[in-house]
Write a protein of this length. Structure first.
Ligand SMILES: NC(=O)c1ccc[n+]([C@@H]2O[C@H](COP(=O)([O-])OP(=O)(O)OC[C@H]3O[C@@H](n4cnc5c(N)ncnc54)[C@H](O)[C@@H]3O)[C@@H](O)[C@H]2O)c1
Length: 313
């Protein structure tokens, strides 16, 4: 299967692994990576790369036309913790980049769009356990407000203009190849680096904060699956709930202690505690299971083993 793909924000935590996975699947030359900065060696050397600012419509359009791009994966965004510090910049990046890509699809210059949403679309009034696909959504963070608005626009562009846009609400993603980019669930990656350095971990969330998480391999598989699914099977044109596992800092600590019995943690919650408290603890992703056969594979034990083994190399 050959098709030409553009990834915007390709050098980040998800973009790096997504680019490599798509290149393996569709051919290196078919997948153009782009970002406002250069990425790691494997990304830069395995296929075409362009410096591109996602907020510049003309620049995005030029790359799309030059490479005859058919599908865009828009991964550039400002994440939850950073967005609380720079609300206007976050809104500007998260919304304008999405409009640019949706408008290119509306004008039929591209024919399919992937845009990720997040569990941050939910808020303090959302049911916390087994959060349904359709439920109360009153996000209280800058990031969550931008993601919820983005979902409404995706749905609008589909209904009004027939734009084939697909989306999932990623939970916190755990990976070892690239460092995380300023989210509230970053602790679940930092903790492995600290354990391997034989140091005590200072956690910015308290010990009982249960959040939905997912191992990166599952997230990449979900992303490719929803993009390859027949269009008529996609019944949610805002975004799909996606679930992997749910755990607390205390539980991940216990899991790490199976390999590092003397690993220590202390809790010093900061402003990110309030963000985490506004999010669900677990997610119901039965709509994704029903529509495109989604099923996660990695639980906390497997994720811990993978992280310690790969980071320890
Ligand atoms: N990582 C997670 O746990 C998680 C969870 C839920 C949703 N998401 C969403 O997935 C997407 C990717 O997240 P990530 O974790 O890879 O983020 P990241 O911060 O690691 O990567 C974002 C990339 O976008 C680039 N970028 C920033 N501004 C840009 C601009 N103006 N033009 C072009 N590129 C720009 C950055 O340089 C970076 O490489 C985002 O939409 C994010 O909201 C991520």
């Amino acid at each position: 299967m050959r098709k030409s793909i553009l990834i915007i924000g390709a050098c980040g935590q998800i973009g790096t692994e997504l680019t490599l996975a798509l290149r393996e699947r569709y051919g290196n030359d078919q997948v153009v990576a782009s970002d406002i900065r250069e990425g790691n060696e494997s990304l830069m050397e395995s296929g075409p790369f362009e410096i591109l600012d996602a907020t510049n419509y003309e620049a995005v359009e030029n790359i799309v036309m030059h490479y005859e791009i058919e599908e865009v994966y828009l991964m550039a965004a400002m994440l939850s913790a950073t967005a609380e510090k720079f609300p206007m910049r976050a809104w500007d990046l998260n919304m304008n980049s999405l409009f640019h890509v949706l408008n290119l699809a509306k004008e039929k210059k591209i024919n399919k769009v992937f845009w990720p949403s997040s569990i941050a679309v939910f808020g303090p009034t959302t049911p916390k356990e087994g959060t349904p696909q359709h439920t109360i959504m009153e996000p209280s963070t800058v990031y969550g407000i931008s993601k919820q608005s983005g979902e409404r626009w995706c749905s609008y562009y589909f209904k009004k203009y027939g734009v084939d846009v697909r989306s999932v609400r990623y939970p916190g993603l755990i990976s070892w190849k690239t460092l995380p980019g300023g989210g509230t669930t970053d602790y679940a990656i930092d903790i492995f680096h600290t354990a391997l350095a034989n140091k005590k971990y200072k956690c910015f969330l308290n010990e009982g904060t249960k959040l939905p998480m997912m191992y990166m391999d599952d997230a990449i598989r979900a992303t490719i699956a929803i993009m390859e699914c027949d269009a008529d099977k996609i019944t949610e044109r805002s975004s799909y709930n996606l679930a992997g596992m749910s755990f607390t800092p205390a539980e991940i600590t216990n899991c790490i202690r199976k390999q590092f019995p003397s690993f220590e943690i202390e809790y010093e919650p900061d402003f990110r505690q309030e963000i985490a408290d506004s999010w669900p603890s677990s997610i119901d992703d039965s709509a994704a299971q029903r529509d495109w056969d989604w099923k996660s594979q990695f639980d906390l034990d497997q994720t811990t083993e993978e992280m310690l083994r790969n980071l320890g190399k």
